[in-house]
Design a protein around this ligand. Structure first.
Ligand code: ZN
Length: 73
């Protein structure tokens, strides 16, 4: 599973990597809020305020077979 966080306003990529919830035990990244806090809760490109509720969080399963690739959620 991979996770992507984009600015809701300009679409800037704020985080991309392993699904954050799966990293909890490693304490590499505590949660999405901590990622946003790393930006000061403000998009560095457009200045939009960022919150866990406003950003676009996309979690994708790693395709294990070509048949498993689907669009949407
Ligand atoms: Zn932005």
């Amino acid at each position: 599973m991979s996770e992507k966080i984009n600015c809701p306003q300009c679409g800037m990529l704020l985080y991309f990597g392993e699904e954050i919830s799966r990293r909890l035990y490693m304490r590499a990244i505590p949660d999405e809020a901590a990622v946003l806090a790393g930006y000061g809760n403000v998009c560095p490109r457009c200045g939009a305020s960022l919150s866990v509720d406003s950003v676009k969080i996309e979690i994708k399963r790693r395709a294990t077979s070509k048949e498993g690739v689907t669009h949407g959620s």
